[in-house]
Design a binder for this molecule. Sequence first.
Ligand code: HEM
Length: 479
Amino acid sequence: LPPGPTPLPLIGNIHQLIYLIWKLNGIVPTLDFYRKKYGNAYTIWLGPMPTVNITDYEMAHEIFVKNGKKCQDRQLAPVLEHISGGHGILAANGENWAEMRRFTLLSFRKMGVGSGLMEKKIMAELDGRCSELDAEIDKNGKVTVPVDFFDLTVGSVINSLLVGKRFDENSKDEFLKIKKMFDDSSETFNLFDLNVPVWFLKWVLPWRFRITWDARQNILSHVGKEAVERFQKLKDGTYDLDSEEPKDLVDCFLAKMRSENEKGQDGHPGYNMDALKLVLHDLWLAGQGTTATSLYVGFLKLVTHPSVILKIQKELLKITQGSRDLTLQDRPNTPYLNATIAEIQRFTSVLNVNFWRINDELISFRGFQVPAGTMMTAQIGALHVNEQLFENPDEFDPERFLRNEKLLQQLIPFGIGKRSCVGEQLARSELYLVLGNLLLRYDIRAHGALPTNMDVFPYSSAKLPDTSGKFEFRKIQKT
Ligand code: HEM
C-alpha cells in the first residue's frame, strides 16, 4: 500500500485524523497535510480498514480510468445502504446501479440534456426568474439577490426535468421545505456516519440513527409524491404515457416499468416505485445543492474580483453584440468565461471527502499493489488545492487555465471514472448559461459585507459555504 501515518491496532489513524481535522480546521487541509508529507498517493487507516487517497490527476486517471472496471463499486455508507436497500444510483452497486445509471443517462438524452431542448428549458427558467428581478429593478433601480435565487433557479430546472414542475411563487415554500431537509441531513452526516455499522448506530447511538432515517424517509416521500400520484392516475386510466416524447424522468421510468412488467419473468426487477423514489431522491440530492452552491460561490468570487467581471463582460459583448442571449454554441468562443467557470469549480469543490470506491481486483500502480477490497478515491478537494498542479492554489486566478490549457483536463469537479457525475452535462450547461447571461444582463455587486467562510461544516462530507451573502443587481442598459 502507499505510505501513510502509522496506524494503531483497531483504531488505525482515527485519533490522528480527529486531532488534525480539529487543529487544521477541516478535512481538506488534513488531506493536504498528508499529501505534503507522504506524496500524491497515501494510505489512511479508518479503524481496521485501509483507505488509499489520490491527490494527483495522472495517478487518478491511471487507477480510476485505466483500471476503471476494477473499481466501479462504491463503499456504501452502511446506514444509507440500509435505507436505500441497494436501489437508486448514489448508494447502490452492481447490476442495480449499472441499470439505473444507464437508464438515467438515456432518459436525460431523450429529454434533451446536452442539446438545444435542455438549453431552452434552462433559459426559460432563467428568464422567468429575471423577470421577477426586473420588476423590482424597475421600481427601485436595483434588486438585492440572496442565495435563494440560485437555489430556486437550479431547483426548478431539476424539478422540471424529474417531475415536470418548476417552482413558482405558489410552490416556493414546498421547495424551501425539501431543500431544508436535504441541508439538515447533510450537515449532520459526517465521516463517522459514512463508515459506522448500522447495528452500532441502532444500539449505541439510536438518536443519531433516527435523525438520518427520519430525514431520508421524509425526503423520499416528498420527492416521490409526484411520482406516486402519477402512478395512481396511470392505474385509474386518467393519465397516459407518451414514450416517444416523455414529459420528464417520471414518465420515462413509468414507461420502462410498464415494458419490463410486460416481459414477465424476463423483465428487469429493478423497475418499481421504491426504486423510482430513490432515483429521484439521488438526482435531487446530487444535482440541486452542488450546482446552486457553485453559482453562489461563483458570484461571491466574482464580486470580489470586479476585473474578472469586466473581462467576461467584454468577451461576451464582443460575441453577442449585446443584442442576444449567450447560448451553449458560444462556448468555443468564450475562453475567458470558460476559464472562470473552471476556477469557480476548483474553488467550490463540493465534496470535502470524496466517496470511496472498492476495487474488486488487485490494482498495481507506481510500484504499489493495492489488494482487492481496499477503499480508494481521488480526493477531489485536496487535488484541487495541490500546488504541484494549481500554482498558488489559494488565489482566485481564472487565467491559470489560459496560461496552461492542460490544467482544464486536470480539474475533475465531477469526479473521474465509472462513478463520475451523471449530471455533468446538465450542470455544465446551467453554470455556463446562468452565469454568462446574468453577467450580460446585470451589473452585479456585493450587497453589504460578504461572508468569507467557505466551509461552515468543515467536518461534514460535503462542503457548505456560509450562505448569508447577498448581491445587488442593476440592469445593464443595452446599446
Ligand atoms: C456543479 C454541479 C455538480 C458537481 C460539482 C457534481 C459533482 C459530483 C461528484 C464529485 C460526484 C462523485 C464522483 C465520484 O464518485 O467520483 C458526483 C456523482 C453524482 N452526481 Fe453530480 N455533481 C454536480 C451536479 C449534478 C447534477 C445536476 C446531477 C443530476 C441531475 C448529479 C447527479 C449525480 C449522481 C447521480 C452521481 C452518482 C453517480 C454514480 O454513482 O454513478 N450531479 N457528482
